[in-house]
Design a protein around this ligand. Structure first.
Ligand SMILES: Nc1ncnc2c1ncn2[C@@H]1O[C@H](COP(=O)(O)OP(=O)(O)O)[C@@H](O)[C@H]1O
Ligand SMILES: [Mg+2]
Length: 508
């Protein structure tokens, strides 16, 4: 029998305070698509960086095609036949596709780049595998999906027999994801091996032959996709039962709470990011904004919470024009914010859990009387909220920096939701959280909606949008492409809108 393409024996890697990989054994066969499934922080990227020569294992052995490897750099990995597409691409923006693909490779006319020969081969490879991209285009002109294809071309041009992709679908629309899967299947059918890293259950089930589940740096099991279920995989990933269906009663939408009219705004580079966007959210409903990252989501939420001033247009909350008000003024009008970047916007890491829970309320009684902070009251309330929101912390006076990501997010929820908001603006509220913490955050958002709060949910995770939203709007290049009911929403149709095609008949 042929040896496995890749075999890992007892791989262990310790970072300060974290055992990222704990005695990992894994075999990937030729022609196999092998998924590495695990929650954030379970050690997937570390393991593959070891295979790719970016990190050194503290212990264990990597074997490739039956021979032990002692890899000390990605250059050696590539020469051996291992290619890796990272979560963050490593392309030279000013170079053309061909230049990026052949960069660093020896060629006949050295030291000159063999651009023509390279272009022909790039064209042939892209035609063979359906990797649609113009070889002459500059990388900065390409979409994220196209840049990913260039990375794959680069690996194929280098004759990779094992291709590792680290969370490749996080930047793709559902259609682009399906196209990627077709490419991976074509590669596998030629006898190449693919390692596909993901935390999305439905994706690994649809593309992988076998799935290895990691939890806290350990292999829990390797299973065949054909005989696995989403529930079973989730249980292995999290270590307990997980509820997928977020149970929610039908929405009972009340009056309009948030009204956005013809909003125009610029991004950080001064380019138009919102191009006349309008939407409405009613009391007691969740409006989900779906879209690929970078299509104006950030600017939209920033305009709503007073961090960015729109160029034109209007934002109204409960009828009042709040355009251009400060974040604090907007907060006082009952707008709660669950920000995207918890570290920069949501928390002050060196400060105590209690202080972080109380932000924005310090100046009000009962927390402050005649200018004096009532520390006893503050800590009592913080302790009550910590219990209510299941914040796992030894006490409320340690720095919030010491908590895990999930517990930090609960600190934000406790602060924002306990103030009885009329509108919640939630931006990627579960980014980086594990399945358990995600479940909790979703439950809280639904509870708020059931009690009559209007919720604007912005997320690039389509599953999250689909499971929470009463209505779904798709944003593309700063415009709303269409609006559909959340119940029975068609992923294919959403995907088309996410790629820029407009839906004509709007549903309200
Ligand atoms: N360079 C590093 N230095 C210190 N700790 C790290 C480093 N890279 C990863 N870690 C830690 O190792 C663990 C596994 O991380 P990672 O391999 O990135 O997980 P995953 O890719 O599954 O999300 C995490 O706890 C992470 O914080
Ligand atoms: Mg990772």
């Amino acid at each position: 029998m042929a040896p496995p393409m890749l075999e890992l024996r007892g791989i262990t890697k310790q970072f300060p305070g974290v055992l990222a990989n704990d005695n990992i054994n894994l075999a990937v066969e030729p022609g196999e698509i092998h998924a590495l499934l695990g929650e954030n922080g379970s050690g997937k990227t570390t393991l593959m960086n070891i295979v790719y020569g970016l990190y050194h294992a503290d212990a264990g052995e990597v074997r490739f095609e039956g021979r032990p490897l002692r890899m000390t750099s990605p250059g050696e990995a590539i020469a051996t036949g291992i290619g890796m597409v990272h979560q963050h691409f490593m392309l030279v923006q000013a170079f053309s596709v061909t230049e990026n693909v052949i960069l660093g490779m020896r060629c006949r006319r050295e030291p000159l780049l063999d651009r023509d020969g390279g272009a022909t081969e790039v064209q042939a490879l892209s035609a063979k595998y359906g990797l649609k991209v113009d070889p002459r285009a500059r990388v900065w002109q390409l979409s994220v999906g196209e840049q990913q294809r260039v990375e794959i071309l680069k690996a194929l041009y280098r004759r990779a027999r094992l291709l590792i992709l680290d969370e490749p679908t996080s930047v793709l629309t559902p259609q682009e994801t399906e196209e990627l899967f077709e490419i991976l299947r074509a590669l596998a059918s030629e006898g190449r091996s693919v390692i596909f890293i993901s935390h999305k259950l439905h994706e690994v089930l649809s593309v992988a032959d076998r799935i290895t589940v990691l939890r806290r740096g350990r292999v829990i099991d390797t299973v065949r996709a054909a005989t696995s279920s989403k529930e079973g995989l989730a249980r292995m990933m999290v270590g307990r039962e997980v509820v997928f269906r977020v149970n929610k009663p039908p929405a009972r939408p009340g009056p309009v709470v948030l009204e956005v009219k013809n909003l125009q705004a610029l991004n950080q580079k001064g380019l138009p990011a919102l191009k006349g966007l309008s939407l409405e959210v009613r009391a007691g409903e969740i409006l989900g904004i779906a879209g690929v990252d970078g299509n104006g989501q950030k600017e939209l939420t920033e305009c709503l919470i007073g961090v960015t001033r729109p160029v034109r247009g209007e934002v109204r909350v409960a009828g009042e024009n709040i355009t251009g008000l400060s974040p604090r003024q907007i907060c006082r009008r009952g707008v709660a914010v669950i920000p995207e970047d918890r570290h920069r916007q949501g928390l002050v890491l060196p400060m105590q859990v209690a202080e972080n829970i109380m932000f924005g309320n310090f100046y009000r009684p009962p927390f402050s009387r005649r200018g004096f902070l009532q520390l006893g009251v503050i800590h009592d309330v913080a302790r009550r909220l910590a219990a209510e929101y299941d914040i796992r912390t030894p006490s409320t006076d340690i720095p919030v920096a010491n908590l895990s990501g999930g517990n930090q997010q609960k600190v934000i929820l406790a602060r924002e939701l306990s103030g009885q908001p009329r509108l919640i603006v939630a931006m990627l509220p579960t980014r980086g959280l594990d399945v358990g913490a995600t479940e909790f955050v979703h439950r809280r958002i639904i509870d708020a909606r059931n009690s009559g709060v209007a919720v604007l949910l912005v997320s690039t995770e389509l599953e999250e949008i689909l499971s929470l939203s009463d209505r779904i709007a798709v944003i593309y290049e700063g415009e709303i492409m269409g609006l559909v009911p959340g119940d029975g929403a068609d992923v294919h149709e959403l995907g088309l809108m996410m790629a820029g095609s407009k839906r004509l008949a709007a549903v309200s």
